[in-house]
Design a protein around this ligand. Sequence first.
Ligand code: HEM
Length: 180
Amino acid sequence: MAGEAKKLFAASEVANHASRKDCWVVIGGKVSEKEIFLAELLLVYDVTKFLEDHPGGEDVLLHASGNLRLTLTATSIPFLLLHASASGDATEAFEEVGHSTSAISMMDSYLIGSIKDYVPPSASKATDPWSVDAPPNSRTMQGNKSPPNPNTFLDFLLPLFVLGLAFAAWYYLTFVSKNH
Ligand code: HEM
């Protein structure tokens, strides 16, 4: 799959792929392009064809699939940065096993896309294309050139909107209502 266009999946969509005939797991990974660290994503792997061959057994993969939840929380006011945290993904279980580098390099062939709307806690740092501190074996998703932070426009407009409202209220109370 490496090099091909990858898809964005809704968290709810992943739940429909949690059986022996169709099994997806979601594991967090760092995305880079030409060794430049771009963003942390929740990567989606279709491991259906790998179930029987997985050295850790198929049950762990089946158990790890289908539980993903995204929770949206506002983290800072007045800029209202939305942070979508994930639970039920297989990242922790995958890392606890201490998979070898050869296991990690196998993953690319099962990669089918990433979870849309996920915003990692470190988004501001992670979206800086000049932060090049990616570990050498970070899992990559080539061909993903879209801007990683979907909230930037909203972050800018919301405070402006609130300021506009406050000004309108002040104008009305000071000039309009006094004339009646
Ligand atoms: C695309 C995803 C995955 C790939 C390609 C993969 C690959 C492998 C490979 C090659 C091994 C052999 C040991 C090694 O080389 O590290 C292994 C072992 C194992 N994996 Fe995975 N794995 C994947 C996902 C997962 C997930 C999501 C879990 C847990 C939820 C898991 C649990 C295990 C366990 C328990 C072992 C056995 C470790 C041992 O015997 O010491 N794996 N995996």
